[in-house]
Design a protein around this ligand. Structure first.
Ligand SMILES: Nc1ncnc2c1ncn2[C@@H]1O[C@H](COP(=O)(O)OP(=O)(O)OP(=O)(O)O)[C@@H](O)[C@H]1O
Ligand code: SF4
Ligand SMILES: [Mg+2]
Length: 315
């Protein structure tokens, strides 16, 4: 196992927003996290290299094991060796992630591990991310590239150090639809060619279905369903997942009888008791209010945080 996140809890100003998340990523695997805005996806992604204090948050408990070493216990020097190198990030806004005052060449050179023959390494990187057009153009600054090309440059930087894991946090959300497809194709191709391990964060189920091997559905700071993509798409076992799938027009699904989810996600400062999805759930019964459900097995490798799994998978 490459990365194991165990019982991760994170709060901002004493309000817990990641409330006990477990997630496992194997070598060469893409795990997707999906959920509505504010459910805690980015917080989980940033926690992996302990970037949370920079957002004024606090990791109150949990373990994050990268090949059996607990990242949360590393000292700042050891962490620096991991951040951006063994674990790299690509975020939504490529322009704000790139440094406007340095050329693309300079920024990529900076992250190369091997400082010998950097030019040919950069040429190879540009080829692998589809930036052939700027090969040799050493004076190009980020603002001279289109959004799609900036994101390709970010991806080049993310893979430049041969990372063990790349965290892609809404990497295509800021791009036009055609460019989105191109970037997703690029990510899928790099994953296969480099056997990359990926944590892919998105609020768009279609995108996650297109790229991930396994999917974790997050709601109000917890994973509510987790499993291989095929199982989640053909046999979703949490009402929230069913609602997400039903809200995709044209997505063929046998439970299409139900409408998309109404209402809004609860505030972390005012979470309902029992199941956090209760106020929006079409399957709710009084018993759901008694306590927050645990993750329960639906089938091999497939779990759901709902007390009515048997009923839900049967309808
Ligand atoms: N620096 C901060 N201070 C206080 N609260 C924060 C801070 N950053 C995030 N939060 C809150 O923590 C919760 C989780 O935020 P996070 O950014 O992880 O969600 P997300 O699922 O990535 O959302 P989005 O889809 O909008 O990116 C949200 O309710 C957010 O308001
Ligand atoms: S436990 Fe109850 S309220 Fe929660 S998702 Fe399941 S059926 Fe709905
Ligand atoms: Mg986010």
């Amino acid at each position: 196992m490459l990365l194991q996140i165990k019982n991760l809890k994170v709060d901002y100003g004493n309000i817990e927003v990641v409330r006990g998340v477990d997630l496992y990523i194997n070598k060469g695997e893409c795990v997707g996290i999906i959920g509505e805005s504010g459910c805690g996806k980015t917080t989980v992604g940033l926690s992996i290299t302990k970037l949370i204090p920079e957002r004024k948050g606090n990791i109150s408990s949990g373990e994050i094991l990268l090949e059996d070493r607990d990242i949360l216990k590393l000292d700042p020097e050891e962490l620096r060796k991991i951040r951006g190198k063994k674990i790299s990030y690509v975020f939504q806004e490529p322009f704000s992630s790139l440094n406007p005052v340095f050329t693309i060449y300079e920024q990529i050179k900076e992250v190369l591990e091997d400082k010998k023959d950097t030019n040919s390494q950069i040429v190879e990187l540009f080829k692998s991310v589809g930036l052939e057009k700027i090969i040799g153009k050493k004076n190009i600054y980020p603002h001279e590239l289109s959004g799609g090309m900036q994101q390709r440059a970010m991806i080049a930087m993310a893979i430049a150090s041969n990372p063990s894991l790349v965290v892609l946090d809404e990497p295509t959300t800021a791009l036009d639809v055609t460019i989105q497809h191109q970037i997703l194709d690029l990510i899928a191709e790099l994953k296969n060619r480099m056997n990359l391990s990926i944590l892919f964060i998105s609020h768009d189920l279609r995108i996650v279905f297109s790229i991930a091997d396994k999917i974790g559905i997050m709601y109000a700071g917890k994973i509510v369903e987790y499993g291989p993509k095929e199982k989640i798409s053909s046999n979703p076992a949490h009402p929230y997942t069913i609602g997400l799938i039903d809200s995709i027009p044209s997505f063929e699904h046998r439970k299409k009888l139900f409408n998309a989810i109404g209402g809004r996600a609860p505030l972390f400062s005012d979470l309902p008791k029992g199941c956090k999805f209760y106020p929006r759930c079409r399957f709710r019964i009084d018993k759901c209010l008694e306590k927050e459900p645990e993750l329960e097995l639906v089938s091999d490798n497939h779990v759901s945080r709902c007390i009515r799994i048997a009923y839900i998978v049967s309808v």
